[in-house]
Design a protein around this ligand. Structure first.
Ligand SMILES: [Cu+2]
Length: 455
């Protein structure tokens, strides 16, 4: 086992190091096709300019691959997607990265709530990821290699950061309540091939770790969530499969429609976030995406997750529908997710509406409004959960209203550094007010660093 893990890690680092080495070779005096396509504007920068849109002269398959977000999900191409693009020979390299350092302060649950997880309401933590994507022409199409790494296993201590009403996965064997789990060190390790087949562009994606065709782009990558460090409460209804194991996706895009289907391992990652827990391809998903214009993507997807949660014995059927708008630095999403839990024979829903208004790349106003049916609030306090169940209360409707502001402080080596804060107010049903108070409240202050090529 350790030998296998060692091999996988070596592979990741080798891939990163090799690609990094190539990137350092730029500026390449020969800069082949690209320079011919670009007018001689005196641009001798190491690499070309790109804002996430397919470029003139880019093949359909390269455009498809570079237009993707995590996994094979897509966002509006009119979004000014933050990245740095370099070239090395015929390789197109896209570097993306983002980190938040966050201080969370929350008010709500009366002191002495018996569940161990309610003891930590305040914390300093960091979410972060870095991605490298390399695209190269191959045959009649293009091939893509992608790796995404995160240091969250180290920067989110005790296997969770505090977030009122958030649930999903476990920490030290206990279901996480009022907290969000970190992401794994390896968030994505994938290869994909795309090529035109008559009037269609077909693609096939395989990921040891990656995102199957289920839900919108995950929140750490979503344009509309760019200025929100904390996870949406609907994460485990809408986009939590973004770090699934053993993912294979086959899809096709024709005109404004994109159809795809995936097989993957349904179990969520184990608690040791440095490792990988790859398993059999026991789950499936399918998604249709419509791209009515460069500013919009609309997606509907469904899938069956085989035994995703270690503490819930059953499978889940998940259905998601979402629409995302993005243009320049402005973006908005509306997402609905529904989980049917086979063991308990019930379904719960979650709704998320979020957005960001970016004025002049300097000032960002952001917000997120959520409603969800929380069925795991007492998963770590089974006596209370059983008492509620006996009284016929399986879930509790919770509303969350977040507004925030980020101010960009400056740019340092293509890294945009901003300082921001957001506050969240919650609405909770009377039944659970003894456990959460009548007016729970949370605030985050954060430093944000994001990679973006400066023009
Ligand atoms: Cu996640």
């Amino acid at each position: 086992m350790p030998r296998k893990k060692g091999f996988i890690y070596s592979f990741v680092f080798l891939m990163t190091a090799v690609l990094n080495g190539w990137a350092q070779q730029s500026p390449d005096p020969t800069l082949p096709e690209q320079q011919q396509q670009q007018p001689a504007s005196g641009q001798q920068m190491p690499g070309m300019q790109m804002q996430g849109q397919p470029q003139l002269g880019m093949s359909a398959s390269t455009a498809l691959l570079t237009g993707q977000s995590d996994g094979t999900s897509i966002q509006p191409t009119a979004w000014d997607m933050p990245m740095v693009v370099t070239r090395s020979g015929d390789w197109l390299l896209m570097w993306m990265g983002q980190a938040f350092v966050v201080d969370t302060q929350q008010e709500g649950p009366p002191a002495g709530r018996s569940t161990p997880e309610a003891t930590g309401l305040d914390k300093l933590w960091s979410t972060n990821w870095g991605m490298l994507e390399a695209v190269h022409p191959l045959g009649k199409g293009s091939v893509m290699l992608r790796t995404m790494l995160s240091l969250e296993p180290a920067t989110i201590t005790d296997r969770r950061y505090p977030e009122l009403f958030q649930t999903g996965e476990t920490a030290y064997g206990i279901p996480i309540v009022d907290g969000q789990h970190p992401h794994n060190f390896v968030m994505e390790l994938a290869a994909e091939y795309a090529r035109p087949i008559r009037s269609v562009t077909g693609y096939i994606y395989y990921a040891l770790v990656g995102d199957p065709a289920l839900g919108p782009p995950a929140y750490p990558h979503r344009a509309s969530a760019a200025e929100l460090p904390q996870a949406p409460l609907g994460h485990h209804w809408e986009d939590s499969t973004h770090i699934a194991y053993n993912v294979a996706t086959i899809g096709a895009e024709k005109g404004i429609v994109r159809l795809e289907a995936s097989g993957f391992y349904g179990r969520e990652p184990a608690e040791n976030r440095w490792t990988m827990t790859v398993g059999p391809m026991d789950s499936w998903a399918a998604r249709i995406t419509v791209i009515p214009s460069s500013s919009w993507t609309i997606e509907a997807s469904t899938g069956e997750l085989h035994h995703p949660e270690s503490f819930d014995p059953g499978n889940q059927e998940r259905t998601v529908a979402s629409a995302e708008y993005a243009r320049g630095m402005n973006a908005a999403s509306v997402i609905w997710g529904r989980d049917y839990k086979a063991a308990g024979h019930y379904a719960v829903n979650a709704l998320t509406a979020e957005g960001v208004l970016g004025a002049g790349h300097k000032n960002f106003i952001t917000g997120r409004f959520e409603w969800s049916q929380r069925d795991e609030l007492f998963a770590a306090d089974l006596l209370v959960q059983d008492a509620f169940l006996a009284a016929g209360h399986r879930w509790f409707d919770v509303g969350a209203y977040t507004v925030g502001y980020t101010r960009d402080l400056g740019i340092w080596h293509d890294a945009e550094i901003g300082l921001g804060a957001n506050v969240t107010a919650y609405t909770v049903p009377q039944l659970i007010q003894p456990y959460y108070g009548a007016h729970p409240f949370g605030a985050n202050i954060y430093l944000r660093v994001r990679l973006r090529e400066q023009h």
